[in-house]
Ligand binder design. Sequence first.
Ligand SMILES: [Fe+2]
Length: 282
Amino acid sequence: MTTTLDSLIARIGELPPIPMVTQKAMDVMRDPDSNMAELANILSMDEAMTSLVLRWVNSAYYGLRYPVSTVQQAVTFLGQRTLHSLILAASVASLLDRAAPGYALERGELWRHSIGVAAGARLIAAKFGQRTAEEAYHAGLLCDIGKLAFEVLLRDIDTSSEEWQEGDFKEMEIAHFGIDHATLGAEMARRWRLPNILVDAIAHHHNPSEAEEGALLASAVHVADAAAMSLGIGIGIDGLQYVVDETACQRVGWDESMFSDLSARIIPFVDEADKYIRARRK
Ligand SMILES: [Fe+2]
């Protein structure tokens, strides 16, 4: 596997680096003594990010009774951990706002999909406590980052061909590159020094039954990924082939009756993310 990974990375050139603002957000999140001033500092790096975070806070997803207009209020109502996650999501916007033609993803779709999966995974994992819920959000946000790296290689391949359309996309990635985008994404996460539990969840978001320490997160992301596909949020070429793992559904206590509530909360959240990304391109 190491040989495959090394030779693959050599073919890609460089793996996408972590954005500086994301690195800063992660540093603050890891620091148990971090405070509001540091959070405000990160937000001040990008004014548009502050408005996105506040719009998200006020969206139906969080169902707050009164509108919130400051970061301080957001912390009071949602807790610092949740606010961290929102800031982290906003900080990877530019990284994820790329087209991935090999996956039939137009510009903005990978961002929308990642936000949708993150928001869904957080709701699904909420019953396991706030820490797990936020970790599920992070894993969902980053589960497809490997596509950004694979995209470079896929440009030379006609993925609209019968071979790619009819085969299992994950199997096709493995056949052509030796590994799939989940494994490559996990390697990116490892190099970004993310916790092992997240690396494991990213690696197994398409086969959560094979995950170890990240099994719960991988299951929440897997189910949220399928739900986002059903809602048409950034489907891409591989979404049409999605097979839901029953064991993952059982592990997170998911059943179909929860789908309408999940979609009602995810859609406005993703819509805000969509408006934001369009506005920041101008
Ligand atoms: Fe994926």
